[in-house]
Design a protein around this ligand. Structure first.
Ligand code: C2O
Ligand code: CU
Length: 483
């Protein structure tokens, strides 16, 4: 790997206001900020945006002392994707998707991982704010785990929500072959849904005999929108069904495990609400109809079953042809619908003033010959930008191509601020954002966790074609870390 000179970014903020210490002065800063903004000081606006971030989500985990420990191996396995046909896959503990690991907020999760594949691998915890050394990026956060070797992943997730784990080595092949699963971090107090169901979506490119097409990274997929399979499964089933009783209120956790295909969910009847995006509760639940889920993304949906038996379908129609994802069978005696306010995170900042703040980092995305480039570099050549923790940072993605790019940042959450110059009141923290042809999207974040964090397109063929770089978050001053 060839890392070129690293850019150091100098900040105008001088003595950086630590996020937590800003708490007391937050109200004053907001009031003062409103008056000084007219005269347009970038530093004042930033201080205000940082103050708004305070309490948006916990800066650090609070371990309860409870440890959830699992033993997982990655190994070849045989499953049935299409009825009557055997498909050889690479799987975590023999199943695709890999098991749903459930922990409760505060638990420490420990995975004793063993590589029984013929090739090296790692596990990446997509969306989880893990310590950098647990992030599973080969050559940067850990050496790849060799065949026959083991590695222990251990961390205390700071956020409750729906997360995605997957191989981060040669992922166009390894994720396609089945190396992915779901990590659910439950709220410390149960929310009260009748059922809580994970729905992992994938699309498969199979030969007529059911084998996985091994034409990984073919140049057409790399230069277009990646590899799209023709068999779509939910939880490994191409005829997925969910059974519920009339009146049940169900939490559906959708995970997009496809390497390239986005899904647009349709919930027409009964209506449904999105309560979380990329694991994090949204500010206000919103209609789930036409919800986009780009590769690697998660969306949690709150849906109440009709009060009479029957069936309905959950459909995806990102491409022109609508595809049934799940048939919901509503059957049995009715239950009283649990009555509670859908979970939300009212602390998500509005960051309205961010439209006036200068962009700190711009990532220009382009196809250069047959390689994807970010600011002219094609991975493994990259320049890591460096940012400070606890400082509002504005990042612009400029898509100088006609392809889709779900841009994903490891280890941090960001909020969309503007799309093509139009302010967006996103009300959600995300770990990826989907760019369409020629889009210019601004996002804002306050980085919390130090380390080298991968930033790449989650159309994994684009990442393999060079569309990957790193964002380095500097360590806090020791005195701040001990507080
Ligand atoms: Cu889900 Cu670096 O990826
Ligand atoms: Cu892309």
């Amino acid at each position: 790997m060839n890392r070129r000179s690293r850019k150091r970014r100098s900040r105008s903020l001088g003595d950086l206001v630590p996020l937590l210490a800003a708490l007391v002065t937050a109200a004053v800063v907001v009031v003062v900020g409103l008056f000084v903004l007219g005269s347009g000081s970038d530093a004042d606006a930033r201080a205000m945006l940082e103050a708004e971030f305070d309490g948006a989500y916990p800066a650090f985990p609070t371990p309860s002392g409870n440890v959830v420990e699992v033993d997982v191996s990655a190994a070849p396995a045989t499953i049935e994707v299409v009825e009557g046909l055997d498909t050889q896959v690479w799987a975590f503990n023999g199943v695709v998707p890999g098991e749903v690991h459930r922990v409760t907020l505060g638990d420490t999760f420990r995975m004793n991982f063993r590589n029984e594949l013929p090739v090296e691998t790692t596990v990446h915890w997509h969306g989880v704010r893990v310590p950098n050394a647990m992030d599973g990026v080969p050559g940067i956060t850990q050496p790849a785990i060799q065949p026959g070797e083991s590695f222990t992943y251990e961390f205390t997730p700071p956020d409750a929500g729906t997360f995605f784990y997957h191989s981060h080595v040669n992922s166009t092949e390894q994720v396609e072959r089945g190396l992915y699963g779901t990590l659910v971090v439950e709220d410390a107090e149960s929310v009260g849904y009748s059922q809580d169901v994970v729905m992992v979506m994938d699309d498969w490119s199979l030969t007529p005999t059911g084998a996985i097409d091994t034409d990984f990274n073919n140049p057409t997929d790399v230069s277009h929108n990646g590899r799209w399979g023709s068999v779509i499964t939910v939880n490994g089933e191409d005829e997925a069904q969910l059974t519920a009783r009339p009146g049940e209120r169900v939490r559906l956790r959708f995970v997009n495990a496809s390497v390239a295909r986005p899904y647009a969910l349709r919930f027409v009847n009964p209506p449904a609400q999105v309560i979380a995006i990329d694991g994090m509760y949204v500010r206000e639940p919103r209609s789930a109809d036409a919800t986009l889920i780009s590769p690697g993304a998660r969306v949690d949906v709150d849906i109440t079953m009709p009060d009479t038996p029957g069936t309905f379908e959950i459909v995806e129609d990102f491409s022109t042809r609508a595809v049934r994802l799940v048939t919901v069978v509503v059957d049995g005696g009715p239950v009283d619908t649990p009555d509670f306010a859908a979970p939300r995170n009212g602390r998500i900042p509005e960051w309205v003033e961010a439209v006036d703040v200068d962009v700190d980092i711009e990532y220009k995305l382009a196809l250069t010959g047959s390689r994807w480039t970010i600011n002219g570099d094609s991975f493994p050549i990259f320049e890591a930008e460096q940012i400070e923790p606890d400082v509002f940072t504005k990042v612009r993605f400029t898509n100088n191509s006609i392809r889709l790019h779900p841009m994903h940042l490891h280890g941090q959450f960001f909020q969309v601020l503007a799309r093509n110059g139009e302010p967006v009141n996103d009300g959600a923290f995300r770990d990826s954002v989907l760019l369409f042809k020629d889009d210019v999207v601004d996002v804002g974040l306050v980085a919390l966790d130090a380390g080298m964090w991968a930033m790449h397109c989650h159309i994994l063929e684009h990442a393999a074609g060079g569309m990957m770089t790193f964002l380095e978050v500097a360590a806090r001053e020791p005195v701040e870390a001990s507080s």
